[in-house]
Design a protein around this ligand. Sequence first.
Ligand SMILES: [Cu+2]
Length: 597
Amino acid sequence: MGTTPLNVTLTVDLTPHTVDWLTIHRRTYNGEIPGPTLRVRPGDKLYIKLVNNLRPDNLVRERGHGPISPNITNLHLHGMHVSPKEPHDNVFIEIGPGSSYQYEFHIPDDHPAGTFYYHHHIHGNSHFCVGGGLVGFIIVEDDVTTMPPELSAISCPLNCHKEVQLAVGTNFRYRFLPTDPILSYSNLQKDLGDPSRNLDQLASGTGTMEDWLMDPANNVDYILTNGQMWPTVTLTVGEVKRFRILNAATIEVLEITIKELGCQMMVLAWDGIYVDAPYRTRMVVLSGGARVDVAVRCWFSGDFTMTTVMAEENDPILSSEYWQMRFDQDLLTLHVEEKAAVFDLEPFPTSLPAHPSYYRDLRRIDDSEIDGRFVIEFGPEHEVNREHFKDAMYPRYKYEVGTIQEWYVINTEQLKPHPLHIHVNHFQIISYNEYTHPWGALHPVNKTKSAYYDLQGNLCDQQFLHFAHNLDWPTSNPPNFKYHGHHNRSRDSIPGYIPLGEWRDTINVPPLGSMTIRFVADRFTGTQMIHCHNLNHVDRGMGLVVEVVEQGESTHGAHTASGGAYPGTCRRTDPYPDVVTGVSTTNVNVGSHEHGH
Ligand SMILES: [Cu+2]
């Protein structure tokens, strides 16, 4: 166990970043995209001094109506099990131009070893800043004395040459909606006076540099791997390497695969938490903020392509909210060299480290063990539970530390996926698109029938229209929509389907999707954020805060969503049903009709 204090300085500055012939200016940590990789061990105390070297500006816009100044910054340790209070992982700290802040992160002795990341987390400018490059890996190293030897053979600290870190980002992106104040980098850069050539007129007189970059005919990739275009990773035939892959993009869901036949991928961990046992996969699906650890081995020499696929046979709905952003893009070349000696295969890991006690399996616990329940509803217009996030003053749910929580997550949008991210605690997937009554009652007719019922048991029309008539993937094919899977069916071939029991800190909630998650509110009290990790969405208010209180402290006083409409109903105009009546569990908090502040 590490006990060394680790001191790191991360300096945020505007830095030129060159890709091929093009130099762009982006906000970076220590001048790099991604920022430096931080390696820590359980028990370490990590001190990060965050220095903001950006210039002051006059750009002040109200949150929710456009970016606040992208020259304000802060830091979040995504997925790390650390305190959300100051001076720890409090994401509501704001560090202005010319200022600095001394963060402290006390990493628990029993913190899982795995792949995490740090990034900027200011509400209102996160899409611009994180998408531009304010991301970096933080890796909690395994304990060499207890990790399985086959895993140690492909991992730091003993075999760092076997590790490959891939931060897949969109740092090259120029604009998608030129008039959109959150999505348009160029206009914002112009407003800020950042050095930028994006709006330069071309000598040919055919528009701006940005027009040229955005013209599909010019075939410009905008997905970068570690800030580069198509880097090369070298392996030898039969060698196993451990890839730590981060989706550092702000909007896109990545469906990563190896294009050519001849390489194998084994999933080791999701979001920094080892799976129970390694399993083969042909594709990994990562929403923004997600990480996966995969072991890769190739049988033949030659060049292979790791690519992100958005092909017809997959789920176009996962890619993003905007159809024009569907893409197939190559991420890197796997260059596999001939092996001089006899052909032998290095083994894949067959076992993985156990989870800490606070990530114990909650799938088969008795209902009576569940201490509290909450609903998270992603809805239209960037709302969570029918409202926009404004500040951290009013938690929407309070619960005691140490309690077992069961949350029901639904997405009432027909076309947009929303990746849910919960700070501080990972959560376990208990049900996936089961479409039962949110409180566990069975569908009155057929539990496996894919229809979505609200808290009152009413069939929600929008779900019914898409799903009810033809449930079998992939034959179900309404326009622009494919059914994303159901946990009672065999969904091995569906990209993005999440096996029950796995742990995540970020999970894609497909359109009209639903899931039940559980977790222990382990150890840390304080206000913590729950939000959509499509960063343009959270910038517009797609988040809320909850508060974990001390044991025995009152959980009253949480403010429910305002406006007379509540989560778990079919339409935003539906009244909130009285779910407390007839529900045997205690501490159902969504039904409180308490208002006002
Ligand atoms: Cu969203």
